[in-house]
Design a protein around this ligand. Structure first.
Ligand code: THU
Length: 137
């Protein structure tokens, strides 16, 4: 983990994550999440959580942002930020399933950015968040 000042990219991703979080559909948990990533082309893709009456059908913000990247032709996550919270915005540490989804499109330089309102920025590698993650070769 690395704590550091916000870079321009961090600022962009955190702002995009906050913006898309406003559209989160989370009537069951009340926990609204926004995620934004930048891909190898410099394109930004975002997603929010979308819950469902049939609870397991709900999807996470990170997974939806990744789906958007793949649909647009992106192949690699350079950095991804997630913001969550029921009220106050807080850092949203990706769930286990999302860590696996991030791993699929990550390399050793991919940064997972965690920050809340007015907090410092923490950057993690996917290996720190999901050691020995599964890969099918
Ligand atoms: N959630 C995400 O969108 N991303 C995560 O990494 C953790 C959890 C969502 C799923 C559910 O809609 C709500 O947050 C509460 O778990």
């Amino acid at each position: 983990m690395e704590s550091h000042e916000m870079t321009r990219t961090d600022e962009l991703l955190v702002a995009a994550a906050k913006a898309v979080r406003q559209n989160a559909y989370a009537p069951y948990s009340g926990y609204h999440v926004g995620a934004a990533l930048i891909d190898e082309n410099g394109d930004v893709h975002s997603g929010c959580n979308v819950e469902n009456s049939a609870f397991p059908e709900g999807t996470c913000a990170e997974a939806n942002a990744i789906g958007s990247m793949v649909a647009a032709g992106g192949k690699r996550i350079v950095a991804i930020a997630a913001i969550g919270g029921a009220g106050e915005i807080e850092a949203c540490t990706p769930c286990g399933g999302c860590r696996q989804c991030i791993l699929e499109f990550a390399d050793e330089n991919t940064r997972v950015i965690l920050t809340g309102e007015g907090e410092s920025i923490d950057s993690y590698s996917i290996d720190e968040l999901l050691p020995a993650g599964f890969r099918l070769r």
